[in-house]
Design a protein around this ligand. Structure first.
Ligand code: NAP
Length: 333
């Protein structure tokens, strides 16, 4: 597995990361802790060094799962990225975002306990708190860097102006944001803003949450946000989107590659500063995603892939209107 420096200010990471969100209940339907732990361990064995989580994924469950999976792995051999700030309630509801300095330190204290570690490699607010200037939130994380509890600072779903303001307070190593064949919004203003400052992109939703694998959850799946509220999975849209994936499958046939592998390879082809964070939650999915690293695609292949699935022929936005309203990257790209 090759590695790359994550932005001018960041750590060395594998060129593919593992995102663990879907391993916690209430996100992509039923989960299996034993398989999740096995998947994280298989990823590390395969050379993946970068693991992404959020303290609100399963309300602490995700961090505790990662702690279990990493037992016996030297702490210094993995880069753990943690998002914080989203407020939950006991029933799993969402209560906005808290970016106040004292909240940052409180979230971090609990995260360190749950992960069983004394530092987080990359700490980032998941969304902006509209009541708190980004300078204050980043300033509080910078205090935690100086105190040794955090190594690097990242952002998530931030727009160009927020990136500029945050980076002026403390060097930002990466922006975590959705980027895929279906979601290319960052190319207009955000990518130029990160590149100008030596900030890397950790791309999520590279498979548009599984859609680009051609395997979609059934409408009966309980507790799956894709079925409940994601526009691209809504009836009417999903059928249209699966037609695009079929076009990708046909291209893949000539390359001995699955649609998911082409989708990962396309994102990787967009620049060495872009590191996909893949959401595999089973070993077979991980194996498929790792297969994308072996593909060799020329400019003609990449152009055909980009034309087969593109944002203008994709049905549905990447989030519903309520979630979109929390995205600084959409409101102030
Ligand atoms: N910063 C943010 O705002 C933000 C938002 C969302 C996610 N993230 C992070 O990014 C990570 C990845 O995001 P994501 O899960 O939405 O994106 P994704 O990688 O596009 O989708 C992952 C889902 O695709 C399906 N899948 C099918 N084949 C797969 C394969 N070969 N490899 C991997 N997945 C396959 C799986 O669902 P089934 O098992 O149901 O088939 C899996 O849960 C998350 O775990 C999280 O750490 C960050």
């Amino acid at each position: 597995m090759q590695t790359v420096k994550l932005g001018a200010a960041g750590p060395e990471v594998s060129t593919l990361g593992l995102g663990c969100m879907g391993m916690s209940p209430g996100i992509y339907g039923p989960t299996d802790d034993a398989e999740s732990v096995a998947t994280i361990r298989a990823a590390i064995e395969a050379g993946i060094t970068s693991i992404d989580t959020g303290d609100f994924y399963g309300m602490g469950h995700n961090e505790m799962l990662i702690r279990r999976a990493l037992e016996g792995t030297p702490r210094s051999s993995v880069v753990i990225s943690v998002k914080f700030g989203a407020l939950r309630d006991p029933a799993g509801g969402w209560g906005g975002n808290d970016g106040r300095p004292q909240a940052v330190k409180n979230f971090l204290a609990y995260t360190l306990r749950r992960l069983g570690t004394d530092y987080v490699d990359i700490y980032r607010p998941a969304r902006l708190d509209p009541a708190v200037p980004i300078e204050d939130t980043i300033g509080a994380i910078a205090d935690m860097v100086r105190a040794g509890y955090v190594r690097h600072i990242g952002l998530s779903e931030a727009g160009a102006e927020t990136i500029r303001r945050a980076h002026a307070v403390h060097p930002i190593c990466d922006l975590q944001i959705e980027y895929s064949l279906m979601s290319r919004g960052i190319e207009t203003a955000i990518l130029p803003a990160t590149r100008q400052r030596g900030i890397a992109i950790t791309a999520y939703g590279v498979l548009s949450r599984g859609l680009l694998s051609g395997r979609v959850p059934s409408r009966e799946t309980k507790g799956d946000i894709r079925v409940i509220r994601m526009p691209r999975f809504a009836q009417g849209n999903v059928e249209q989107n699966l037609k695009l994936v079929e076009a990708l499958r046909l291209i893949g046939e000539q390359k001995d590659a699955t649609p998911a592998q082409l989708a990962v390879a396309w994102v990787r082809s967009r620049g060495r500063d872009i590191v996909p964070v893949i959401g595999a939650r089973r070993r077979e999915q991980l194996k498929e995603a790792l297969g994308a690293l072996e593909l060799s695609l020329d400019a003609g292949d990449l152009a055909r892939i980009a034309a087969a699935v593109s944002p203008d022929i994709t049905a549905g936005a990447r989030y519903d209107a309520v979630q979109m309203a929390h995205l600084d990257s959409e409101a102030h790209p």
